[in-house]
Ligand binder design. Structure first.
Ligand code: BGC
Length: 351
């Protein structure tokens, strides 16, 4: 079979590799891949800035935004041939730490977790993959074209869960949400905000391309004129930062009204310094009881929430988020999207 692999830490090593189909461990599902989504983490791995190969291997099969169709499922696994499935990204650390021991592996404390397609486990960008049924999630058959959005949706479901928990420390009835960044994470965060009946504003840099339409089609408001202008219209109760852009992060943190909750989801490069008045920021955060929370990954509960979010969403809208679809042999075209694009997907289905 063909797989998209990389030598972690070595630039320009991303390549199509011919390899044997994976051997299922007892109880595993065998899955024929349909597609994988490509995100910023995949680009970082391709640029040799992130990622670790499995022990004893040079190459890592990338891909963590999976979608496939079950080929073989053991009796009693809860799956049947033909089911549409997504594989979960993270596995708990083997110790396990206190968080992993209770299924909160998304909040692993000792860093000993592993991640498919990212850290020490082969991913899902291969024509066939296997997965343990307890780390596979069944999708509604109607999501065949867009189900690879499940993983980023789970990440966003977790971010909203964090916001609920942080806001829940007192009276919390948020009305206005600002999402910074209209990439996949930002748009899916906006989708959940709208599904919750909130007034959602989305800020991005671009004025053209599909992003403005995607935001307005949700019933949210699109902005591209800078964060000050958005905040002047009304301070948000919640900010979901989905760019990781250094200057915007500082502004996003300062943007909320009283008892504001800022959730940071974007991974930024190190070494980009900006001039921030930490005194003013500290003063505002203290006097307003503001909170900032970082959020990464997702546990099984968040995948279940994500499946509901996608089931309720308009499949046409989800489909328009995928602004580029490429066959496996043209994988490189999924790694060079301009800022107007939203999501690239690599098709893996064998003809
Ligand atoms: C993935 C997460 C993962 C994180 C860090 C993100 O792109 O969506 O599942 O935990 O990268 O590796």
């Amino acid at each position: 079979m063909r797989a998209l692999t990389v030598i972690p830490g070595r630039k320009h090593s991303l390549a199509l590799t011919e390899m044997p189909e994976p051997e299922p461990s007892p109880g595993d599902l065998i899955v024929d891949a349909l597609a994988v989504g490509v995100c910023g983490t995949d680009k970082e791995i391709a640029e040799a800035e992130y990622g670790t190969a499995p022990p004893m291997a040079d190459r890592l099969v990338i891909g963590h935004e999976s979608l496939g169709r079950v080929r073989e499922a053991p009796d009693g696994s809860g799956f049947a041939p033909g089911d549409l499935v997504v594989g979960v990204v993270r596995r708990p650390d083997p110790v396990p730490c206190g968080a992993c021991a209770i299924g909160r592996f998304d909040e692993c404390r000792n860093g000993g977790y592993v991640e498919r397609g990212i850290k020490q486990l082969d991913g899902y960008a291969s024509e066939v993959w296997t997965v343990e049924p307890e780390y596979a999630v069944k999708l509604d058959p109607g999501l065949e074209r867009v189900g690879m959005l499940m993983e980023p949706t789970s990440v966003v479901a977790k971010a909203w869960d964090q916001i609920d928990k942080v806001g829940g420390r007192s009276w919390f009835e948020p009305k206005r949400v600002l999402v910074t960044g209209a990439g996949p994470i930002g748009l899916l965060a906006a989708l959940i905000g709208v599904q919750r009946g909130l007034e959602v504003h989305v800020l991005d840099l671009v004025a053209e391309g599909p992003k403005p339409e995607l935001v307005t089609a949700l019933g949210a408001v699109y902005h591209h004129e800078g964060i000050e202008a958005v905040v002047k219209e009304g301070e948000p109760d919640i900010v979901i930062e989905a760019t990781g852009a250094t200057s915007l992060v500082a502004d996003a943190v300062a943007a909320t009204g009283s008892f504001g909750v800022v959730c940071l989801t974007g991974v930024s490069p190190e070494g980009r310094n900006v001039n921030v008045d930490v005194g003013a920021l500290n003063r505002e955060m203290v006097l307003e009881n503001d909170a900032i929370v970082g959020s990464v990954n997702a546990n099984l509960g968040h995948y279940a929430t994500a499946a509901e979010v996608l089931r309720e969403a308009d499949p046409g809208w989800l489909g328009r988020m995928i602004t580029r679809r490429v066959p496996l042999e043209h994988f490189d075209q999924a790694f060079d999207l301009g800022p107007e694009h939203v999501k690239a997907v690599i098709e893996l289905e064998r003809s």
